[in-house]
Design a protein around this ligand. Structure first.
Ligand SMILES: [Fe+2]
Ligand SMILES: [Fe+2]
Length: 245
């Protein structure tokens, strides 16, 4: 965590209002607070733009590991690092280790709904096509057992969604297509390592992934978010999640 003095942050000396992202608020009955925020604006009160002093500051040219150290933390960060570590310890190919590491990246600091699709899109410019494909398809395949590899419908999903939950048609369709695809087993392996072991093991230091990332993730010299790729804006949103615009 950064401990820079207030003067070293943008909008210094003023109260910065954070208006929550609509996707996190719609349908909850909570207000985004937009009206109140607009009414409070003044010389000493502004809408948050740029580095938020409550978050660790990202370097100017952030790497994937920087995101894992400074943004992809909490339950999802632990889940991703643990999944990748298990895959590596069990001798899986590097592309599978990387897919395990990235499979829920969207949940950590961007958006939950359709997280596999968002995550796959975000990483696509930087990884092998098969890795992005596995990340996208893990979402649908999670709902469907495959006894040939010992994958069962997750017990946790009964708790999360209720025992009578039925996935929507698009998930069913995508899972069927994935099953017939030549890369099926890559996505299926992600679901096999996609278990919740939050409390069982200490969080691995992301450092163990340095070589796998170095060989399999095309880190842009300008930094993620600043390389002009079609998904750079998604990485910037993770750098500055509280920007008003
Ligand atoms: Fe997932
Ligand atoms: Fe997961």
């Amino acid at each position: 965590m950064d401990h820079l003095p207030e003067a070293e942050w943008p909008q210094e000396g003023r109260e910065r209002i954070i208006v929550p992202a609509p996707v996190a608020i719609v349908g909850t009955g909570q207000s985004t607070g937009e009206h109140e925020a607009l009414a409070r604006l003044g010389p000493d009160t502004v809408m948050m733009m740029g580095d938020n002093p409550a978050l660790p500051r990202m370097p100017e040219a952030p790497t994937l590991l920087d995101f894992f150290r400074l943004r992809i933390t909490g339950i999802t960060g632990r889940h991703l690092l643990t999944a990748a570590k298990r895959a590596m310890d069990e001798g899986q190919e590097e592309k599978i280790v990387l897919a395990c590491l990235l499979h829920d990246i969207s949940n950590a600091c961007l958006i939950r709904s359709d997280h596999g699709y968002w995550g796959a899109q975000m990483i696509a410019p930087y990884v092998d096509e098969e890795v992005a494909w596995a990340v996208q398809q893990h979402q649908a395949l999670r709902y469907f057992a495959d006894s040939s590899v010992g994958y069962e419908y997750p017990e946790s999903y009964h708790r999360f969604f209720g025992a009578d939950y039925v996935p929507p048609d698009y998930i069913r369709r995508d899972a069927e297509a994935a099953r017939a695809h030549r890369w099926y087993m890559s996505a299926r392996l992600v679901t096999l390592y996609d278990r919740y072991f939050f409390d069982e093991v200490p969080v691995p230091d992301p450092e163990f992934l340095t070589d796998v990332i170095g060989r399999n993730f095309r880190q842009p010299a300008e930094g993620l978010g600043f390389d002009g790729s079609p998904t750079a804006h998604m990485w910037r949103t993770m750098i500055w999640p509280n920007n008003f615009l």
